[in-house]
Design a binder for this molecule. Structure first.
Ligand code: 6PG
Length: 252
């Protein structure tokens, strides 16, 4: 990353420690948002890395600390599958958190990814506009967005060299991902960059090369889409484990 402000990086010994730190940050953000604005709106990543974090949030002390009645849960992206499909991000969150959390179904804003992709994207965009009470071209300003990163530097479902990287006139895009021969539904870059706080949770040696490229390499967002995440008025934290940080010049 070249001329941008240096992002905040926290290196934890392992994924469990990184997840604990993420849980603490989510709890602090939730308490503050509920106190100041009455609601805490969070968008959560799928994949494998955050599964332990989500389970942690419905156990002590976070189960008692989180203002569940004030929380709205959204998704950063979704695979184009039914909610009970093993690949579903909603399904993973349901198993890890929703089944144990005292959260009303109306406050869980699922991407209906079993629908045709463009219809799913349109409906999720309408749900954002409704639940954030947005007018015209306003952006939904999430209090917290948790992101992961793939070994190819993608985040959400913003994959290298795919069309959604350049969608700036929508909140949600249906994105064809040729490298996976699949379609995905994803929040767009403007939405991700409008959040008050964005935390990447990245772990494992298979992420080390991409992480080094994203944070210390030349700016090449088509090849490393995670470089696109630069909150315009929000906090950006890279919360990584030692294995993922192994190639960073500052990993110590
Ligand atoms: C998804 C996620 C995606 C994920 C990365 C990393 O739908 O898969 O939203 O962006 O964060 O692919 O996935 P892992 O945590 O499984 O490595």
């Amino acid at each position: 990353m070249s001329s941008q402000a240096q992002p905040e990086i926290e290196i934890a010994p392992d994924l469990v420690a990184a997840s604990e730190s993420a849980a603490q940050r989510i709890a602090l953000a939730a308490e503050e948002a509920a106190r100041l604005r009455g609601r805490f709106r969070i968008a959560l990543a799928g994949g494998n890395t955050p599964a332990g974090l989500y389970a942690r949030l419905v156990h002590s002390p976070y189960r008692e600390r989180l203002p569940w009645d004030a929380i709205d849960v959204y998704f950063t992206d979704e695979r184009c599958v039914a909610p009970d499909d093993p690949q579903s991000n909603y399904g993973m969150l349901r198993r890890q958190l929703l089944l144990q959390a005292p959260i009303a179904a109306a406050n869980v804003h699922r991407i209906e990814a079993e629908l045709p992709p463009q219809q799913a994207a349109d409906r999720y965009q309408q749900e954002l506009q409704r639940s954030f009470a947005l007018g015209g071209t306003e952006l939904p300003r999430f209090d917290f967005i948790l992101l992961g990163m793939g070994p190819d530097g993608h985040t959400a479902s913003l994959f290298p060299h795919t069309a959604a990287l350049n969608v700036y006139d929508r909140l949600v895009a249906a994105n064809h991902v040729p490298q996976l021969d699949t379609n995905r539904i994803t929040l767009t870059v403007p939405v991700l960059n409008d959040a008050r706080e964005v935390t990447f949770l990245v772990a494992g040696q298979d992420k080390a090369a991409a992480l080094q490229g994203v944070l210390e390499g030349a700016r090449e967002p088509e090849r490393l889409p995670s470089q696109l995440i630069q909150p315009r008025a929000g906090r950006l934290l890279w919360l990584v484990d030692r294995a993922a940080a192994a190639l960073l010049s500052r990993s110590g």
